[in-house]
Design a protein around this ligand. Sequence first.
Ligand code: UN1
Length: 489
Amino acid sequence: MIHKHYIDGKWVESSRGETFESLNPATGEVLGVLSQAGPKEVEAAVEAAARAFPSWRRFPAPKRGEILFRVAGILAQRKEELATLMTREMGKVLKEARGDVQEGIDMTYYMAAEGRRQFGQVVPAELPDKFSMAIRDPIGVVAAITPWNFPLAIPTWKLMPALITGNTAVLKPAEDTPLMACKLVEIFEEAGLPPGVLNLVLGAGDVGAMLVDHPKVNLISFTGSNDVGREIAIKAASSGKRVALEMGGKNAILVMADANLDLALDGIVWSSFGTSGQRCTAASRIIVHRDAREELAEKLVERVRALRLGNGLLETTDVGPVINQAQLDRIHGYTEVGVKEGAELLTGGKRYTEGECAKGFFYMPTLFNRVKPGMRIAREEIFGPTTALIEVSSIEEAIEVNNATSYGLSSAIYTRDIRKAFQAIQDITTGIVYINAGTIGAEIQLPFGGTRGTGNGHREAGTAALETYTEWKTVYIDYSGRLQRAQID
Ligand code: UN1
């Protein structure tokens, strides 16, 4: 069976007949064959979304919400099945895959409820017998281009706020995790979403590029690498499209000398090696006060060496594979860079090929010591199970090193001193700050996103997402029956 695109309420194969495969990164097993979109499918999908827009925007928002509530209910009912497929397709361990599905469920319920909110603004007018307010209007056709690391959660971050506010959409999921996207779209269909409101096109980056270029796409929401994000931003600027970007991170955990070190160790291991480090929120720098560095390094090596690699479906596995060969090579490339730059490799630094793992893309959790802030492994996003210890001598220096990167997503500080905690909240310049918790695990009801190279000022999740997917329409109603001149009369 070939998995198909979903266009205008129908599952269709590409006219060119080209296909690609989805692989299990833990075993190399082929999980499915998928139709690959060409220009014709992209055209049809965007046209369908554009045609569906006028009636969907007039469809009462609470009714749109009812459909989303049904989607959330089905997601919740099928959580285990979806999580298992996710582990097989993406590799993350089952408990994390359940978390990914749960994040999708949470976002769907949250945005479904926005069907009865989408608060506007009503303020007094400056003239008598005049009423003034601002209401939200949808933008039009949204292209949602999503990554493989959160194959269910991230599509919901984009689609739910887009659809609840009356936009229509075309989803282009990463080519490494298309089966999860097919499942999500099937669930929308089952929940009764009208044809054309959500369309799905499958394929590689060229399909995303066609969407970006299509004149009837009004808004591009992209999560992925900085290189691709920047290209999209340039194109969108010249065509006048709205674009919301979520890109890389080089997140740090700051460990002060007064920290509860065991707590910090838990946070570091979870944030650096959870999801095999393949989160944009992953901690790839540990900025530690010199008085705590030796003890932390010693204990951390022990903890990292104890992590068990394997198939994420096994209860005994702590760390699953990385997504594909190219990522494996890239991660190892950074190990070589670190060694060449003079950092001390404490553990890991190699591909892992024991037993069954030989068939998959496994990389040993890797820890570098004596890393300097200027080194490439301290500046560039690796997106794998690699983290770097950087020594500092004060909280001021720690914050300065934390902030001095071209990214700005998430930061964490471990300290028992309330003054240091507030100093960090005040002076850290990333979009997310954690106190006595690691850098990962943002919740969906608050803004998610980052400063500097991480994004372009937009935020996902929470009510902030409504800003991305709507335009303000300001309305003045003059019932005085005469000409009233603002700022003059
Ligand atoms: C991502 O890695 O792209 O905060 C998203 C977290 C998750 C989302 C990560 N809730 O780690």
